[in-house]
Write a protein that binds this ligand. Structure first.
Ligand code: DGL
Length: 282
């Protein structure tokens, strides 16, 4: 009896503070095109990167509740900041009090898992939002698995605004990208692997590559998150059975659907339709 509570199957929920999670959705859809997806961007309240633990947790829980109420049984927090600041409390407190089969997964653990195979020097760098760096989640998750790896972080507060304002390929972006990479490598010159620990950063990849020495591996996380989800669904049949499979994808935003459509097409390189939703306090 794999579904004792007779939960109705539904789409996989993908949540981000805004557009960044679309880079994760893209990779997940490439690997797992058969499932239905419901993407929610809290664009009205983005960015989360500079907000407190309390507020990120509150906002993320509202989003998760919304996706649950719209039929999702599995929600991926496709946002490092939400994964760093809200995932544990949601998993350990909120899901426990909701007596359902519903699950919430983050993207930091799957990214942390991959570094062992990539680093030879055992020195890894993390580029992420201020919130993710201050949370200490990446060193924590990496050290749980590989205690010998030295992890050094650098917060990049200007990178999300550059992406959100379509400045990722502009000459102005060079200054901010170079500055943060130099800072990181100055802190630890032995780094041979850098995790792009923010879902917006794949859009800055050309600039990041320009200022990163060739011998250093850059790790955008989408592919690792997608493989980790595939493996999770293979190991958890009771959850896999609760994911509908018609290959559809629906987009929700807390801001104007017109704005979302315009920016989403930059992130996904295709035209999409979006619907507006409001998130209430639970
Ligand atoms: N997408 C978020 C992340 O991966 C960054 C955007 C924000 O600050 O809200 O951390």
């Amino acid at each position: 009896m794999s579904n004792p509570q007779n939960t109705v199957p539904g789409p996989i929920g993908i949540f981000d503070s805004g557009y960044g999670g679309l880079t994760i959705l893209h990779q997940i859809k490439q690997l797992l095109p058969q499932y239905d997806y419901l993407y929610l961007g809290d664009n009205a309240r983005t960015p989360y990167g500079t907000r407190s633990f309390e507020v990120v947790y509150e906002f993320t829980l509202e989003a998760v509740e919304k996706l649950f109420s719209m039929g999702c049984n599995l929600v991926i927090l496709a946002c490092n900041t939400a994964s760093a600041k809200a995932l544990k409390t949601i998993q350990q407190n909120d899901l426990k009090r909701m007596t359902t089969l519903k699950k919430v997964l983050g993207i930091i653990r799957p990214t942390a898992e991959c570094v062992d195979k990539l680093t030879h020097s055992r020195h890894v760098g993390i580029l992420a939002t201020d919130g993710t760096i201050k949370s200490g989640s990446y060193p924590l998750e990496i050290h749980k698995l590989y205690p010998d790896i030295t992890v050094t972080g650098e917060a990049c507060p200007m990178w999300v605004p550059l992406v959100e304002n379509y400045e990722f390929d502009s000459p102005g972006a060079d200054y901010f990208v170079q500055k943060r990479i130099n800072n990181l490598l100055r802190k630890d010159p032995e780094i041979d692997t850098i995790i792009l620990g923010c879902t917006h950063y794949p859009l800055l990849i050309n600039k990041i590559m320009k200022y990163t020495p060739r011998n250093i591996k850059l790790v955008p996380q989408g592919e690792y998150v997608a493989y980790s989800l595939k493996s999770y669904l293979e190991r958890h049949h009771e959850i896999e059975e609760l994911c509908t499979k018609k290959g559809s994808c629906r987009f929700l935003t807390t801001e104007s659907p017109e704005k979302f459509k315009e920016s989403a097409s930059v992130f996904l390189r295709k035209h999409i339709e979006a619907e507006r939703v409001t998130l209430e306090k639970v």
